[in-house]
Design a protein around this ligand. Structure first.
Ligand code: ADP
Length: 235
């Protein structure tokens, strides 16, 4: 979605390394093993889909990759940075610069225009207003929302809201894009359009994309499908 240039997406550089990661949640008196010893390497420019039935640990793993939650044991290295070694403040800065997030429920700010929503990550990064503005217009065009920049989220369809959320995720030109069930609230046409954008971001800019989805047919548009079951990677 940034500059269009030819890019060789596949190479050997590991940008996300997950080593023997375990995570338990306490629910009342019970403990749930959400992740039990997960190992995973994601290479630069790779598009990986994580699938598996509900409760298999997909979202937990994705949240860990993005440093949104902490592991109990094992480790995660993103772009050479061991996430456990960062303070909360440094972790937020690292995330803001290097990772874009897309969620099932979009999380657009209801009282902000689409343009301002798309610019939010750039505000945290203290990007100049003029630069933010031209970037958000360019991104909106890339996802087909250039005519909607002054609209509020409630004036958009679900598919449009998710495309706006993707533009927002790309605002700081992250090297990694993480998406958690991004098509969970969309019909199949809009779901396909969202995966088309991920595919393009990956192919044209070499962005590394990791998407959690329970939709197996969409997952197969990725370069690699990782299947989880009961807190472990099984394929
Ligand atoms: P998936 O994304 O594959 O549906 P999750 O990663 O959301 O699976 O959940 C894995 C397991 O961990 C499930 O049993 C779920 O109920 C549990 N779990 C996830 N998040 C929490 C939480 N915050 N508190 C308690 N249990 C959780």
């Amino acid at each position: 979605i940034q500059q269009k240039k030819a890019y060789r997406p596949k190479n050997d550089e590991v940008v996300i390394a997950v080593r023997d990661v375990a995570k338990k949640y306490k629910v009342g008196k019970n403990t749930v093993d959400a992740l039990r010893g997960v190992d995973l390497n994601v290479h630069r420019g790779e598009f990986v889909a994580i699938t598996g039935s509900s409760g298999s640990g997909k979202s937990t793993l994705l949240h860990m990759l993005g440093g949104l939650d902490k592991v109990d044991s094992g480790g995660i290295t993103v772009l050479g940075q061991d996430l456990a070694k960062l303070s909360d403040r440094r972790l937020s800065q690292f995330r803001n610069k290097t990772i874009g997030f897309v969620f099932q429920f979009f999380y657009l700010q209801p009282f902000l225009s689409l343009q301002t929503n798309i610019e939010v990550p750039a505000m945290f990064a203290r990007t100049r207003r003029s630069e933010r503005g031209s970037r958000s217009r360019q991104l909106a065009e890339e996802v087909g929302l250039q005519e909607r920049l002054l609209h509020l989220p409630r004036e958009l369809s679900g598919g449009q809201m998710q495309r706006a959320a993707i533009a927002r995720a790309m605002q700081n030109a992250p090297q990694i894009l993480l998406a958690d069930e991004p098509t969970g609230n969309l019909d199949s046409k809009n779901a396909g359009a969202v995966f088309d954008i991920f595919r393009r971001v990956c192919d044209e800019q070499g962005t590394t994309v990791v998407v959690v989805t329970h939709d197996v047919s969409l997952a197969h548009r990725a370069d690699r499908v990782v299947t989880m079951s009961d807190g472990a990677i099984v394929a």
